[in-house]
Design a protein around this ligand. Structure first.
Ligand code: BGC
Length: 631
């Protein structure tokens, strides 16, 4: 145990000011934070190559490496005058400003950015980053996996590695290099709009899942596959504390340092141990101070204590939220430890201002060199200087790999594994497929609702038809039932002419992303309508299987009471057939798939009418029923 005297000496030795304004009196104790074993050995040859490059680069070329622009606001030609180090496609941006642009258009644009960046003297090819957060989800025709919350329920690191590898390969098909995934947020309040981007509330679960995804995306550190032509750069995001802001996106995490370290940092530490090459700073604050300005956590904890030697990227204009900063000028963010500022639109004036700040010493030369060194290190590790134009790389242009049958089968497996069975009265499930099945509820035939946000566009508002290939939950049920000689009828309103043997009711949330998904309560606005449908079926004595599509636990007590079986399906993505795989027996009556999912976060009780929430969760963390109970 540490004595009070020891503690005082430690504080004196490590006293570190956490940030400007609100957080100015906060102290952080870097030496008390974890120090993961380095994923890669020190590499003197690599550092010597970086030294040589740094020597030749002009100040403008150096500053350029530290700025990332959005493809909606920069053309390849701009790179000839402003040698930026990277671009991104914001979640609502695509080549030609067409969200439905073909994969070939993405590859062509990647080539154009590459050619423009690689043409200049001592030029380093540009990196292109995308939010491939549940598959290569911005590309029409790519495999769409369940969102992270469902993968947290599946608890299958080997599956996550496969998903990461498939996502990387599909990103490579279109010539991109980098994905802003995984989110390693440890969600504590499901009212947060980014709950579904989290693997769950348990730091160990998040660490295990996040590290596995990083390994899948980048390849295993220290092996030949690491960042080879089949892999891409991964990003652990968001550093740090975004899951603990009381349900507010970009909010304030008021946890004590120990909680930040033991809970919020778990996924970052595991990702660093797995060799993650980039970390994104969080929009959120800690103890009132914005993370983008927190030198103690970004530099002393993340880089120095944890030994992270890759690059730290800011979030979308996140630097502009610092006191005294604008999107076009923010030396404090760079000085706090952000290496690359994500400046979607303001990159041009930012470039001019940063050059001046470097000249005047407002950004010290040593900080500048360190930031550029980190970008170069990541680029060289990713073999960017040897790879040639995107379209010349091994998997580029192999569009047949996008949503290939093998990739779709893995996505379907992920759906099966992510489902959590919350109730199964009188063992209604598994169902016999040779039956008359009514499929109802407004989520039954909606690929859009299955996929949620971050699918083709940011908020997930594209029509189901835009997400192809895909199978709705209804289509999967119909296939299973008709193959066995039964019949499945779709009726979103629940009407029927011949009485069904069973009704499967699919309902839940409409798509959202980030702050747009923050809610004040877990009562779904459409709940009344869904309850009415369930009441009607219940009153007619029809056995009911409820399937909830949601990015988080919701108020379900009424729905539970009116259903015989209840399945939390999360946001399963494009392969809705995985739901039927588990709900139904095989054609020959055997059990092909059992439920495997367990709750990745406790399911809260919802407030009683007019009152406070009763104590204890409705279902605890880890809950999930099985058909076959193993003893
Ligand atoms: C999100 C990040 C994302 C970035 C780029 C931001 O709004 O917070 O998670 O990577 O946009 O699209």
């Amino acid at each position: 145990m540490k004595t009070a005297a020891m503690r005082c000496t430690m504080i004196a030795a490590s006293l570190t000011v956490a940030g400007a304004a609100a957080g100015a009196d906060l102290v952080v104790h870097p030496q008390e934070w974890p120090r993961p074993a380095p994923a890669l050995p020190a590499d003197a040859r690599l550092e010597a190559r970086i030294d040589a490059l740094l020597e030749r680069m002009t100040p403008a070329e150096k500053i350029g490496q530290l700025i990332q622009a959005n493809i909606g606001s920069i053309t390849p030609d701009d790179l000839r005058h402003y040698p930026l180090g990277s671009v991104l496609n914001g979640a609502d941006f695509a080549p030609g400003n067409d969200k439905l642009a073909s994969p070939g258009e993405w590859l062509k644009l990647a080539d154009r950015f590459y050619e423009a960046s690689a043409g200049a003297p001592h030029a380093l090819p540009v990196l292109w980053a995308t939010d491939a957060v549940h598959g290569d989800n911005n590309i029409p025709g790519a495999t769409i996996f369940p969102h992270n919350i469902g993968l947290g329920a599946a608890r299958d690191p080997a599956l996550l590695r496969r998903i990461g590898a498939i996502t990387a390969l599909e990103v490579r098909v279109t010539g991109l290099d980098w994905t802003f995934a995984p989110s390693v947020a440890v969600v504590r309040d499901a009212r947060w709009g980014r709950t579904y981007e989290s693997y769950g509330e348990n730091p160990r679960l998040v660490a295990e899942c996040g590290a596995a995804l990083v390994e899948g995306l980048q390849g295993r550190a220290g092996t030949r596959e690491f960042l080879d032509a089949a892999h891409v750069l991964a990003t652990a995001k968001h550093f740090i504390g975004d899951g603990g802001t009381g349900g507010h996106d970009e909010g304030d995490n008021t946890a004590a340092e120990a909680e930040l370290r033991d809970v919020d940092a778990a996924g970052h530490v595991a990702a660093i141990a797995a060799g993650v090459q980039t970390v994104m700073a969080s929009f959120s604050s800690w103890q009132g101070a914005k993370m983008h300005g927190n030198r103690a956590l970004l530099t002393e904890v993340l880089k120095q204590r944890m030994g992270f030697d890759g690059l730290v990227i800011g979030d979308w204009d996140g630097h502009a939220q610092l006191p005294g900063c604008t999107s076009a000028s923010c030396a404090p963010a760079v000085n706090a430890g952000i290496d690359v500022l994500m400046a979607p639109e303001s990159w041009r004036p930012l470039f001019v201002n940063m050059l001046a700040q470097a000249n005047s010493g407002e950004i010290p030369a040593a900080r500048l060199e360190d930031a550029v060194r980190r970008v170069l290190r990541v680029k060289l590790r990713a073999h960017l200087t040897e790879e040639g134009p995107p379209s010349s790389r091994p998997y580029a242009g192999h569009f047949e790999l996008l949503a290939s049958p093998v990739h779709r089968a893995v996505a379907r497996q992920a759906v099966r594994e992510s489902l959590v069975l919350l109730k199964n009265e009188r063992e209604l499930l598994p169902l016999k497929p040779r039956a008359r099945v009514l499929v109802t509820g407004d989520g039954a035939d909606s690929v859009q609702r299955q996929c949620g946000g971050w699918t083709i566009d940011w908020q997930g508002r594209q029509p189901s038809e835009a997400i192809r290939p895909a199978e709705s939950i209804y289509a999967g049920i119909r296939a299973a039932v008709t193959a066995a000689g039964g019949r499945a009828d779709l009726s979103p309103g629940g009407e029927f002419s011949v009485r069904p043997d069973v009704a499967i009711v699919v309902f839940g949330e409409r798509p959202y992303a980030e702050g747009a998904g923050d809610v004040a309560s877990l009562v779904d606005p459409d709940e009344r309508r869904d309850v009415t449908l369930l009441e009607r079926l219940h009153a007619q004595g029809i056995p009911v299987v409820a399937v909830l599509l949601s990015g988080r636990p919701l108020s379900i007590e009424a729905e539970l009471a009116l259903s015989d079986s209840f399945v939390a399906a999360w946001l399963p993505g494009a392969e809705g057939g995985g739901v039927a795989d588990v709900l139904f027996r095989a054609r020959d009556g055997t059990l092909a798939h059992d439920f495997r999912g367990r709750l990745p976060l406790a399911w809260p009780r919802t407030p009683a009418a007019g009152g406070a929430a009763p104590a204890g969760p409705l279902f605890p963390y880890g809950y999930g029923l099985r058909y076959i109970v193993k003893r």
